[in-house]
Design a protein around this ligand. Structure first.
Ligand code: ADP
Length: 242
């Protein structure tokens, strides 16, 4: 913020040519790693993110286990080569916080009471970052959980909405995230009609927040369809192979 960067072309399109309510191109593949129990890979614009899941497995050391449900552990991490300047591989404060934020957003989706005294480990590895990695990471992590066969209360997809040069926009890229006026990451589960992640950085009016929220719900519903297609592709391929 502070420094002014032009975020719209003369024809009103965004710097990457998109319309205000347009998502970046998205590619999703489920079941990309053979060693993890569940995995998924997502490309959203220039973001490239892998998610992997292990569990439910016995929670060790025992004192971390809960008698009535499974616990979730989540690690969000950006690879040292994920940004234009080498990033330190050590977990930063931001990564530690995002790991907690994503864990809290994923927990309501998992039927944890079916697996007492166990733990599920979720790893989100950002290979290339271009704004909105927490959201794309969550979209992939939900699919990795589904791929591991873990019972879920629906699939959530996530997308950031926000404001740049006075306009409400969907799926902010790195430039819009850094130089726009507001950024609001949202995860939405259409099955429960529920929001499991909502954060906000910057300032928007009440009307703008309402507009952004409705744009986020439309965008995440589109992403939800892509998630279902990716799961269908995964399991129809597996059927053919066996
Ligand atoms: P999100 O990726 O969920 O939007 P932030 O808003 O914190 O999370 O980050 C926005 C973008 O800033 C990231 O997607 C990435 O492109 C860039 N970024 C984050 N951390 C670093 C870092 N340590 N070095 C370089 N770029 C970074």
């Amino acid at each position: 913020m502070g420094e002014h960067v032009v975020l719209f072309n003369e024809d009103g399109s965004r710097t990457d040519g998109r319309g205000l309510d347009e998502l970046r191109p998205i590619r999703i593949k489920v079941g990309v790693l053979s060693n993890a129990q569940g995995s998924a890979y997502i490309e959203q614009g220039k973001n490239k993110i892998l998610a992997a899941v292990y569990g439910p497995k016995e929670a060790l050391p025992k004192h971390i286990s809960l008698p009535d449900r499974c616990i979730l552990r989540c690690r969000y991490h950006m690879a040292p080569f994920s940004t234009t300047e080498r990033k330190s591989p050590a977990p930063s404060r931001r990564e530690i916080e995002l790991s907690m934020v994503l864990r809290n957003a994923l927990e309501p989706l998992v039927m944890t009471s079916l697996f007492p005294r166990t733990v599920i480990d979720i790893f989100i590895e950002v290979l290339q970052a271009d704004g909105g990695t927490r959201c794309a990471g969550l979209t992939a992590a939900v699919l990795a959980l589904a791929d591991a066969g873990i019972p879920l209360r629906g699939l959530a997809a996530a997308c950031a909405v926000g404001k740049a040069d006075g306009k409400v926009i969907v799926d902010l890229n790195d430039l819009e995230d850094k130089y726009g006026e507001a950024d609001m990451p949202i995860a939405y589960n259409p099955t429960l009609d529920g929001i499991t992640l909502l954060q906000m950085d910057g300032i928007m009016s009440k009307e703008e927040v309402e507009q952004a929220l409705s744009l986020a719900i439309t965008a995440t519903q589109k992403m939800h369809k892509m998630q279902v297609d990716a799961l269908r592709e995964r399991f129809s391929v597996q059927r053919r192979e066996t």
